[in-house]
Design a protein around this ligand. Structure first.
Ligand code: FCB
Length: 461
């Protein structure tokens, strides 16, 4: 019998599956600076676009902001202790650019950099490998004010200088670097739908331009990281969903194909093939980004790994003509999370196989996977989040299956370590394997955290 939580009988085991991860496999949790740190105007941190956006009335579902959130800037030692209890051997977190360079460029704020340096040291002492994301949505506001942030091509130089500043300091200890988190979201949700910072509602061209500049910045950062952290692994994180047509009808199949080009292949082909898919640039016509000689080479600067963020699949129907703006998503019957996202573990298996079959990716990490469900705290102070346990269990099984079939999967990170500020949803959605009481800042490991601890026991140390 598996290891059962007392009193409720939640099965925390992976049985009947016997997990046997290869030595060196990473099991961790993930987070992002603005979502957990708080301390937004402390120790010289400059404002980011998420400070501005979250303080704009009407932008955040529950009217909150990240001013304090999990107070991780002050409670990071306790948070590392909790990670030790989870037994994980890796932690993915992001750096706040404006904590290090308050105006986005120029003089380094040493206190900001020191915070991350101390964090890295403490993680290493705890036997937890840091995976550092350079950019997870929180652009310094000063760079947004200067020519529209990612719309200005010169931002590539700023990102390069920022990368240089942090990797000179941390590059001796950080051996896993992620340049960008989800460039697709950065571009479309920030510059077209306006649902995320900077909250602009411009046309397709703006998103494509922002996205292209971000990818150029990625390439420039890879080169810089090679110089400053020569023996490190470097990669990028994409949000990839398995795409399926709503039916076998040719119109639905064609719509699904366009969606796959827009979200998955736009980046995968740029990184690993001939460039942005020609079929898609033709569809965007005049709105397609300007690509000048040398751009694709820069974007294709060789990387060591691909990070895959995956939560659900995309079932797409006709009507999706020029995605993503007019995407028609179908919600098949089944289980859904509080985000309204379908629970479909097989989608993770399929997307990992899709990457491996179609692209020469030597190492893959699942850099985010998790679920938001309403949590109840029992009178004994426990959180029996059975649905999250089940979500994680089924997804880990699928990832494991892909790995056994030859996908070079080298690690899995659950989103998220702590409950946190879920962007435009504020605190109304909880993703953590550790519960946060925002009033008291008390943390409690949920059953899903104990489940991860069971999985962590199978790692070979
Ligand atoms: C991803 C983001 C992450 C988190 C999850 C739920 O798109 O990278 O910060 O918000 O979604």
């Amino acid at each position: 019998m598996g290891n059962l939580v007392k009193g409720r009988g939640v099965d925390l085991s992976m049985e009947p599956l016997q997990l046997s991860f290869p030595r060196g496999f990473f099991l961790g949790t993930a987070s992002a600076s603005y979502q957990i740190e708080g301390a937004v105007s402390e120790d010289g941190r400059g404002p980011s676009i998420w400070d501005t956006f979250s303080h704009t009335p009407g932008k955040i579902e529950d009217g909150t902001n990240g001013d304090r959130t999990c107070d991780h800037y002050y409670r990071w030692r306790e948070d590392i202790e909790l990670m030790k209890q989870l037994g994980v051997n890796a932690y993915r977190f992001s750096l706040s650019w404006s904590r290090i360079l308050p105006k986005g460029r120029g003089k380094i704020n040493n206190k900001g950099l020191q915070f991350y340096s101390d964090l890295v040291d403490a993680l290493l002492d705890a036997g937890i490998t840091p995976f550092v994301t350079l950019y997870h949505f929180d652009l310094p506001q000063a760079l947004q004010d200067d020519g529209g942030g990612w719309l200005r091509r010169g931002i590539v130089d700023d990102f390069e200088a920022y990368t240089d500043a942090v990797s000179v300091e941390l590059g001796d200890r950080v051996k896993h670097w992620i340049t960008l988190n989800e460039p697709w979201e950065l571009a479309w949700q920030g510059y077209v739908t306006g649902e995320d910072a900077p909250g602009l509602k411009l046309g397709n061209n703006a998103a494509l331009k922002a996205s292209h500049n971000a990818m150029l910045a990625h390439g420039a950062a890879v080169r810089t990281l090679r110089d400053n952290s020569s023996d490190a692994e470097v990669g990028i994180v994409l949000h990839l969903n398995m795409v399926e047509p709503a039916s076998d009808r040719p119109e639905d199949v064609a719509a699904a194909h366009r969606w796959e080009l827009c979200q998955n292949r736009w980046y995968m082909d740029a990184l690993y093939r001939e460039g942005y898919p020609a079929e898609m640039t033709k569809l965007y016509g005049k709105e397609a980004p300007e690509v000048i000689p040398g751009d694709m080479e820069q974007i294709q600067e060789p990387i060591n790994f691909l990070g895959v963020n995956n939560y659900r699949r995309s079932v797409v129907a006709t009507g999706t003509d020029l995605p993503p703006v007019n995407m028609k998503r179908i919600s098949p019957p089944g289980e859904y999370t509080e985000m309204g996202w379908e629970v479909h573990p097989e989608g993770l298996y399929k997307i990992l196989k899709w990457v491996h079959t179609n692209y020469p990716v030597p190492r893959i990490y699942v850099t985010e996977n998790g679920a938001s469900f309403t949590d109840e705290v029992t009178p004994e102070g426990r959180i029996h989040d059975e649905r999250r346990v089940s979500y994680l269990r089924e997804h880990i099984k699928q990832a494991y299956k892909a790995m056994r079939e030859g996908v070079p999967l080298k690690g899995y990170f659950a989103w998220s370590t702590l409950d946190n500020f879920e962007w435009a949803y504020g605190y109304s959605r909880r993703f953590g394997v550790i519960y946060v009481d925002y009033k008291t800042q008390n943390r409690t490991i949920k059953d899903s955290g104990y489940f991860l601890a069971e999985v962590a026991k199978t790692l070979r140390r």
